[in-house]
Design a protein around this ligand. Sequence first.
Ligand code: NDP
Length: 326
Amino acid sequence: SKKPIRVAITGAAGNIGYALLFRIASGQMFGPDQPVALNLIEIEPGMNALRGVAMELDDCAFPLLTEIVQTSDLNVGFKDVNWALLVGSVPRKQGMERADLLGINGKIFVGQGKAINDNAAADVRILVVGNPCNTNCLIAQKHAPKIPAERWFAMTRLDENRAKTQLAQKASVPVKDIANLCVWGNHSPTMFPDFYNAKISGKPALDVIGDETWLKDTFVPKVGKRGAEIIAARGASSAASAANAVVDTVVSLTTKTAPSEFHSVCVLSSGEYGVPEGIITSLPIKSDGEKWEVVKGVQLTDYAKEQIAKSNQELLDEREMALAAL
Ligand code: NDP
């Protein structure tokens, strides 16, 4: 029988954690015949709630789930893990400046980077969800010298999925007919969902929609404000769709990408498409199931380049603020 894949999840008793763990344990992340072990990490005040979540996992009697570890000790939590899903982070409170938030979370991600470096399996891959996810990821990566830089990811897949559904609904086609929708830049309101390269039923989205003004002035802000729209309607922030995007991101990185398709993932830039080097930024990625690469040859319009440059400038500013606060 196959050796289990060991997955660490921080913030495991939080909202996204609650929507995520059951999907991993049921086989939706690594497939229906791959056993999994879960290392659930919480801060001390979350440990009681975590016990409840672990009981519910037990009560699902998932055939693929071989072990549950519950801990607030990072050295235990990241021991021998093949994947680390960093979901927990300190939320921005009223009156808190962005620099404060970057500093507080920066320190947390220094500790997590070191603990992953010292304890994880040799093949560990890391996906950061906790916000500000791009900069948190960069800070952790800088404190994990043993781990190759290409193993670090931050999440923009929920933005991609949101954008795809908006295009599908506008064009009255099923969402599976939308392809090549890359979100570029920071996971923040400045991110740019590149509708110019998106395809609707194999045709350029711009030709099918026929309304560039709608794409620029309605579609892009709608995707950016979708999180707020959900909070207003549901009284709580999106969690199931965020967890779904975590599953999608890992599946996309661990399975072969369909020919001519790509997906949005934030990775450490080495200057592709004129993006500044040394930031964790969202790019079009394809995978052969093991290794990923940035897709080459995507043509960017001047408008797209401008928007992407603004978002990446924000990441340079975040990096500076976070490093100054460490
Ligand atoms: P959630 O599980 O709802 O969110 C966790 C993180 O995901 C936040 O940073 C949040 O950012 C981000 N996120 C939320 N929605 C989305 C989305 N749609 N797309 C992308 N990212 C998203 O938060 P909870 O407060 O319910 O749970 C957090 C858990 O983390 C708690 O259990 C807490 O105990 C734990 N925690 C762990 C820490 C640590 O590891 N040291 C530190 C602090 C908390 P945003 O805030 O912008 O919504």
